[in-house]
Each structure stands twice: as structure tokens, then as C-alpha cells.
Design a protein. Sequence first.
Length: 425
Amino acid sequence: MLRITLSAQASSGAWGEKALLSYKEDGADIHFSGDFPLRRIQQAARQLQSQGAASVSLDGEGWSYERQWAFYCGFAATMTPVAIKWASIDEDELELLNARRRSADWVRQVVNATPEDMYPEKLANDAIAFLSSVAGDKIRYEMLVGDQLLENGWIGTHSVGRASSRPPVMLTLDYNPTGDDNAPVSACLVGKGITFDSGGYSLKSSAGMVTMKCDMGGAATVTAALGYAIEQGLNQRVKLILCCAENMVAGNAYKLGDVLTYKNGLTVEVVNTDAEGRLVLADGLIAASETKTPLIIDAATLTGAALMALGTDYNAIFGLDKTLLMKAQELSELVNEPAWPLPLEKWHQGNCPSHYADTANSRTQKGGGMGGASNAAAFLSRFVDSETSSWIHFDLAACFRDNADGRWAAGATGLGVANIAALLL
């Protein structure tokens, strides 16, 4: 193993005064002094991995929990397995590091998988297997597949997924550590699980479609967040609802101009088949509201507008409960997974009007027009019973990198997992 130590001193002239790394016979020093030390540590780890290092030992002084996690984020690779021996720290923090890594590694595994290998039923089964490995017999689940969705009133997920030869799925998983079947549900997690998004008849370009295996990032994130929270001792009942589909083109695909009538009676005109994530999440939010839970958290790679607003370093968060929104942002800072609130008010619900239905699923403008992320969140808010549940929506702008950069490998990042787990706890 390459031995990696931290140094608060600048590197020697031989390496350059601003160098992040300097090498010695048995390993390397990371020079993290200056502004944003965690970012510098992550950048150094990315450099090490890019230079071929695959096995490291974090040694010496200064390796706090946060610094070790920053190193992991930079060192984790897209295709190559990596090994990290953590530095000696408090035993509880060591367990936390291992649990957080297990969840983040699982997210990378499922999000980076090819769309041929990761399809709706596979995603649902992988989520069950992952949470079973963490929670054992404390979980139960139900999977509705294909036309079973229609029979149960889940029109959005069925419509989006019906054109694929691989049927859509709604997974409802119940984590109940109390052993009491009548225990109240303390929270519901809802995840967008679009395992591949062609855009449907609102067809994406090749450049826009090539990374659309990541469109199930929301489902992966909430699943991993539940697993991470369980490993930290979550002792309340939580339900996980994953709405999984492939958005494909075929003779039986849903079409522009279709009107969908949801289980809660709301009618939606489809004006953009590439605004499909909100159509499947609507089913999940109705199902979550039916539990009368006090907290609903949904996560999705929902809009390009959130990416335009925040870039790829922050997740966007939305909610009508401002106290919950502030709490989520505080926790994002605590776990070093930046999140930033974007505007959402009740009046945003009127920004996607329809002549033929209660609302449209977008606007007939590129990207849904200005304020697209807020309008998408407002669409989702229509399907939450705000009388009984507080709700927060994560638009996961930071959960995936199309290309490697100075801090991240290409693919899934895992950002959002610890933030959502912290909300559960």
C-alpha cells in the first residue's frame, strides 16, 4: 500500500510551492494548507488515483473523519476497485466511515451500471438485496410490475414505462425495526428510478442521452440513504418507494397531448414526454401521503434547470416548509454535501397551465422555460398531502459527473446520501 500522510506545510521547491502532492520513498504527502483544505485533499486523492494508485494507507497525524472522507471521494474510481486503509481514529467514527463507504460504493455500482444491465426490476431487486444485507428481517416489501401498476392506479409510472420491453415497477419497502405492524411511519422516501431515459417522443439528442443511465440516481440515493441511516441506528419505521421505468419510444408509448388521471383525481396533460420523472414521482408521493407520515423526502435527477442554476457542486432543495428546508441545508453543511434552496411557493403551481387538464407536466418551451426547476418542484407539491406531511424535494444536480474533473471520477458521486440519512435521523 502507498502510504499517504498529511502536511500543513507547502511542498518543497522541487515539487513546486503550490503542489498538492510530493513523493517520498514509501509514499506521498498531501499539502492541504490554504483555503478549502477538504477540497485540496480530495483533489490530491484524485491525482493519486489518476496516476495509477489503487491501494493506499492513510497514516500519520491530522486524519480527521472529514479529511478521510474527502480523500475517499477523490480516490474512488469509475471502473477500478480501490483499497483504502483508514487512519486510526475513534472507533465510532471508523464504523461511520465504513458504513458511509458501503452506501456510497453501492450507489456507484448501480448508477454506473450500463442501461442494459440496470433495468427497472433489476434496480428494485438490487435495492431489496442491499437493504436486506443491512437490516435483515426488519424489512418487508411489495413489487408491482407492468399492468399491476395500472390495476392499482399508478398511472404515471405505467404510462412512462409501458413502451419498454422491460416493464415498469413500483417497489414499496417497509423498514420496521419496532416489530409492531401498527407502528406509525415516521418518514417516507420516494425515488425516481428511470433506468434509461430516451426522452420518449420528445427525443433527446445523442449527446443528451448517452449518460441517461444516471436517471435512476434519485432511487439509488434514497435507498443508500436509508441503508446508511439504518447502520447509524435508525430505530423508527420508514417506507421506501421507488418508481422505476425505462422511458422508451414504441407504438404503445405515451404521447404528447395525452391526459393522465392520477389516483388522487388530479389530471395532467403531457406536453413533454422528456419531463417523465415528475410523472412517476407523482405516484410515489401519493403513495407516501397515504401513509399519513409526518415527513416525505423525494430525490430525483429531475431538471437541467437545477444544473444551470447551481452547477454540479450543489444539490438543489425545495420545500413549502421553510423550517424543514433550513434544517436540510444545515445538515448538508454538517456532512459536507452542499445543498442550496431554490424558490418554491404555492403560486408556482400555476406556472404549467393546460387547456385540457388541471395542469401540464411542463411548458412547451425548451427546458420547460425559465424557472424550470421551481416549476417542476411545484408540480410535485400538488401530489403531497400538506395537511399531514412536511415534504422536501432534492433535485440532485451533484449526484453524477458526465466526465472526470479535478475532484471526482466520471459517474456517480454519492452526494445527497448522507444529507438525506441525517434528515431521517
